[in-house]
Design a protein around this ligand. Structure first.
Ligand SMILES: Nc1ncnc2c1ncn2[C@@H]1O[C@H](COP(=O)(O)OP(=O)(O)OP(=O)(O)O)[C@@H](O)[C@H]1O
Ligand SMILES: [Mg+2]
Length: 205
């Protein structure tokens, strides 16, 4: 089973992933946690390039770098893991991030990006996608609270994040059985209750 966690920066993906790993491990699943971009040696180098504020990337170049990292992750990490018994792979962002950030945010076209994503992933589609929905203000407040300097992507204007959020909401409508919207403005425990319920509904009995 492959599950990706999606949402704008500061929506709580990493926080909820940590909890999901602990819970699924405690009920004896073989859990792999990885992240995008990155997760492989080549992918981590690509990640540094993507997050560096001094990289001046065109939208298409940015998309292809994400895709290179993703293709490597699929072949080197995800597919071998998913062949094991009771395997669950949890990914901190996956192809949907490209659909919304490059397709909508960078205006490369949502449908065009989704089509190329199929090639990039060899059609490895998640069984479940958890979209952690927060408004822009909540995202900014949470990121500010961490005290970390904004990276290249976080320096985008408000309109960019609004377009990305709208594209995530559209994704929930377009893929209603795969993509579940989680109200991530609630406190950590309440959000995790929603995450747990969504995953539990997909676990084999
Ligand atoms: N439900 C919540 N309520 C309040 N604060 C939260 C909640 N979930 C996470 N936080 C806090 O918000 C900050 C961002 O959370 P987190 O790092 O999990 O988000 P993220 O989606 O992984 O962000 P990024 O995309 O930047 O990696 C952290 O300081 C975290 O402790
Ligand atoms: Mg994170």
């Amino acid at each position: 089973m492959l599950i990706n966690f999606e949402g704008i920066d500061g929506s709580g993906k990493s926080t909820q992933l940590t909890r999901a790993v602990a819970w699924l491990t405690s009920i004896k699943y073989d859990v792999l946690l990885t992240r995008e971009p990155g997760g492989t040696a080549a992918g981590e180098k690509i990640r540094d390039l993507l997050l560096d504020p001094n990289s001046h990337l065109s939208g298409r170049a940015e998309y292809l770098l994400y895709s290179a990292s993703r293709a490597q992750l699929v072949e080197e990490i995800l597919l071998p893991h998913l062949r094991k018994p009771r395997a669950i792979a949890l990914v901190d962002r996956y192809a949907d991030s490209s659909t919304v950030y490059q397709g909508a945010g960078r205006e490369l076209g949502v449908e065009e990006i989704e089509a190329v994503n199929v090639f990039v992933t060899g059609n490895l589609t998640p069984d479940l996608t958890l979209y952690l929905d927060v408004d822009y203000e909540t995202s900014v407040a949470r990121r500010a609270a961490t005290g970390a300097a904004p990276d290249r992507l976080e320096q985008n204007p408000r309109e960019f994040f609004e377009a990305v959020r709208q594209a995530y909401l559209d994704l929930c409508y377009r893929h209603p059985t795969r993509v579940k919207k989680i109200d991530a403005r609630a406190n950590e425990d309440e959000v995790f209750a929603q995450v747990k319920a969504a995953i539990a509904g997909h676990l084999p009995v």
